[in-house]
Ligand binder design. Structure first.
Ligand code: HEC
Length: 99
C-alpha cells in the first residue's frame, strides 16, 4: 500500500481511538465503582437520609437496574459504563439495600 493511501487511513484510525468508549473497570471493586459513578448523587446505597436515596432499590430486579443505568430517568445523566460494570453495580446495589 502506498504512503498516500496510508495517511487518511491512519487519521481515521486515530480519531476512532480518541472517542472514549468505556472499558471494564476491573481495577475497581464494586464499592469503588459505585463511589466513582453514583455516590455523588445517591449517597451510600443504604443511606435513607439522602433525597435520591437508593435504599429501596432492592425492589428492582437486576435487569431493571441495568435498564435504569442505560436509560436513566429524568435528571440522571447517562454514565458511561460497560455491560460488565453495570451488572456489577446492579448486584452491588441489590445486595447493599436488601432489608
Ligand atoms: C448526577 C447525579 C446522578 C448520578 C451520578 C447518578 N444518578 Fe441515579 N438518579 C439521579 C436522578 C436525578 C434520578 C431520578 C430520580 C427521579 O426521577 O425520581 C436518578 C434515579 C436513579 C434510580 C431510580 C431510583 C428510583 O427511585 O426509582 C436508580 C436505580 C439510579 N438512579 C441508579 C444510579 C446508579 C446505579 C448510578 C451510578 C452508575 C447513578 N444512579 C448515578 C441522579 C444521578
Amino acid at each position: 500500500m502506498g504512503k498516500i493511501i496510508m495517511i487518511p487511513f491512519l487519521i481515521l484510525l486515530l480519531t476512532a481511538c480518541s472517542k472514549k468508549e468505556p472499558v471494564d473497570q476491573v481495577h475497581l471493586t464494586e464499592p469503588e465503582l459505585y463511589k466513582k459513578s453514583c455516590i455523588t448523587c445517591h449517597g451510600k446505597p443504604s443511606d435513607t437520609s439522602i433525597n435520591l436515596s437508593l435504599s429501596h432499590a432492592h425492589k428492582y430486579t437486576k435487569e431493571q437496574l441495568i435498564d435504569i443505568m442505560v436509560n436513566p430517568p429524568g435528571g440522571m445523566p447517562v454514565i458511561k459504563l460497560t455491560d460488565y460494570d453495570r451488572e456489577r453495580l446492579a448486584d452491588y446495589i441489590i445486595n447493599e439495600t436488601k432489608p
